[in-house]
Design a protein around this ligand. Structure first.
Ligand code: DAH
Length: 357
């Protein structure tokens, strides 16, 4: 029988299959593929040489060659799958985080534990001061209706005083009827309403909590901040009682070397109203960036309850009178600990936070 280009096809195919089985990586497979099934492979060379065969032998030879190619190609795809899967498993192994190792191996003993934030600590200290002065502590919701946050506080819709509070509105109900409270003053309204309902006047209460304003954060402002509200409703309450409470609080919380002052101001829910300021502890009154060169830091506002507010909750203004105040807890922390920029309270820099553990 005349020799044919396909004489060694079986051995050559077996050799190719062995080569495929020995491929060690996807990269190697990609490099060697042209020599196995591509243009540079002997399968392709044989294909071209079929022309030398007698026409009657060509068909049979072509079929055998096709068969060999299919076998090799199937083996190559199988190997490609195997290698891809193995590579993925290896990557998973590399990426895996062994938390057991981290926890058991890296933690020094005694382990570091967290601690309450400076704001939380300050809130508790402020509550303690007021509880010692005979106040109770209450809390109110952070999401309020327009009525509690504004109207009941003598700030009707479209009143220019609303400009004092840049408000975040919640998309609920009619537009601009539900707000993130801009101050803790609405809690006064809740407290007075429930005291009227339960016939439990007088009230001597403080109300701490988180508030929100569309303010650009700066050295003295955060968009989410904390206030403590104070409310006294009793018989024969005078402005001197308010001034006495503010002065007693300032000395108890800041110590004897911090001065406080009340300056005339306007708030719709109090009449007369005052602003409550303390000496800037960053510059000791000299003037600095934190206090905008004034030497004073405004902590909040206060005043005698406006008759319109008592009316709104159904308290008889002929029988009862009272005062209210509201000031910033974050500001108190800032002044007590001489923090030049309030944003440090929320930036989560561990070097800052560790100082207050
Ligand atoms: N709610 C005021 C504010 O956030 C502060 C304030 C002023 C509260 C006078 C009062 C008050 O209770 O009587 O700007």
């Amino acid at each position: 029988m005349a020799s044919s280009p396909l004489d060694n096809l079986a051995e050559q195919t077996a050799q190719l299959l062995a080569t495929v089985a020995a491929l060690g990586s996807i990269d190697q497979l990609r490099d060697d593929e042209p020599m196995i099934t591509g243009k540079r492979s002997f399968l392709s060379t044989l294909q071209k040489s079929l022309g030398v065969l007698a026409p009657e032998d060509r068909k049979d030879a072509g079929a055998r060659l096709q068969e060999a190619r299919r076998t090799v190609e199937a083996a190559l795809e199988g190997r490609r799958d195997e290698l891809t899967r193995a590579a993925r498993l290896r990557q998973l192994e590399v990426d895996r985080m062994d938390l057991g190792d981290v926890v058991v191996g890296a933690v020094r003993w005694p382990a570091t534990v967290g601690h309450p934030s400076l704001v939380a600590v300050t809130q508790r200290e402020l509550e303690d001061v007021f509880v010692a002065m005979g106040f109770t502590v209450s809390e109110g919701p952070e999401v309020e209706s327009d009525w509690y946050n504004f109207e009941a506080l003598n700030i009707p819709p479209a009143h220019p005083a609303r400009g004092m509070w840049d408000t975040f509105y919640v998309e609920l109900g009619e537009p601009e009827t539900v707000v993130l409270r801009t101050h803790t003053s609405p809690t006064q309204i809740h407290l007075m309403e429930s005291a009227v309902a339960r016939d439990s006047l007088p009230i001597h209460a403080v109300m701490p909590g988180r508030c929100y304003r569309r303010d650009t954060p700066d050295a003295r402002h955060l968009a989410a901040f904390h206030q403590v509200e104070g409310l006294v409703v009793d018989h024969h309450i005078a402005f001197s009682d308010l001034a006495g409470v503010i002065e007693t609080f300032t000395r108890a919380y800041f110590g004897p070397d911090i001065e406080s002052r009340l300056r005339p101001a306007f708030f719709p829910f109090t009449e007369p109203s005052a602003e409550f300021e303390v000496t800037c502890t960053i510059c000791r009154g000299e003037g600095c960036r934190t206090c905008s060169q004034t030497g004073w830091i405004e902590l909040g506002g206060c005043g005698m309850l406006d008759p319109a507010v008592l009316d709104a909750v159904g308290i008889d203004g002929d029988e009862w009178s009272g005062f209210a105040f509201g000031f910033g807890i974050d500001r108190c922390a800032q002044m007590r600990h001489q923090i030049a920029d309030m944003r440090a309270l929320v930036e989560n820099d561990a070097r800052f936070l560790r100082q207050f553990s």
